[in-house]
Design a protein around this ligand. Sequence first.
Ligand code: KG4
Ligand code: ZN
Length: 359
Amino acid sequence: MLVLGIESSCDETAAAIVNEKKEILGQCLLSSLEEHKLYGGVVPEIAARSHLEYIDEIIENTFKDAKVKPQEIDAVAASSGPGLIGGVVIGVMAAKALALALNKPFIALNHLEGHALAARLTSDVAYPYLLLLISGGHCQLLIVRGVGNFERLGTTIDDAAGEAFDKVSKMLGLGYPGGPIIEKMAELGNPERFVLPRPLYNSHDCNLSFSGLKTAVRKIIESYSTDGIIEHAVMRKQDIADICACFQKAVADCLLHKLETAAKIFKTKCPDGKDIVVSGGVAANTYIRNRMQSFADKNGFTFSAPPIRFCTDNGVMIAWAGLERAQKGLFNELDFKPRPRWPLDENAPKAAGAGGVKA
Ligand code: KG4
Ligand code: ZN
């Protein structure tokens, strides 16, 4: 079985073809990231224009790379939400057009399901597993029982983890996207120098919050400015590195603490479950990955994380999750409407960083 996956929900225009032997036959990815840097975040209109300009070429190149003819694929999957709706519509329209022209089934894939199942392509991860999904727009802990079968244990109640990295980076004048820059700076810093809060640490549930942490960082930066304006702060490179190290440690402490709570619930609900998985853009962070690895080692779990290029948005994860759906015969009609809001666990209450409110 061969499935084509198309991704266009944020700033990456991407496509890939995978088969059930977990082989990636072809892939192609283009990011409009450089065009957004000037604005300190993704500008939806710029992203949508770029998707529109390049999507045909990306799909064509994917077929060429895979040495597969369009007629040979068995289904076409596209990220159909949640995400920036202009981009999502472009990917969905391209996928529907192909499916119609080739007379193949169309799969409307939840972008978050792409992130959630990516580790099953690259590692031996069995259902059910405990997933920490941390990206630019989402931050949640879930039990993944199967395709389309998710139970949310916790979520951020305000900012997503990646959003917090991006905002702190912006405050420090370090640029976008913030995650990779902060991680690099943190390597040079002292993680004990500044005292930062661990929001919701004692809440006894699996929920997270990063907005207070961000405000605490802002206050430290303000203290380096004579007029209280953070853009006027005069900081040495070492001060910035120390803030980055303290911030990254605080985020990781919160994530690990809630992972511990979630792991206890997971053990009770799924006694046979052995795997802990991390995915989403922030899963590219080596410090967070290492801390999760040692937690899993100490507590008898197997830890898996997709390779870094499959943590941030890509077409391969969409093709793979599409393939898992196709294997179960889970297809969609061509009148499927893209969903800007689309939580993985539809039974859980609405939440900002869980596919409920924002991209
Ligand atoms: O999954 P993704 O590519 O897009 C969304 O669907 O949101 O995630 C992008 C997010 C950005 O906020 C970026 O700053 C963050 O992932 N990120 C990182 C790292 N690499 C990317 N955060 C922390 N450390 C990293 N190394
Ligand atoms: Zn994503």
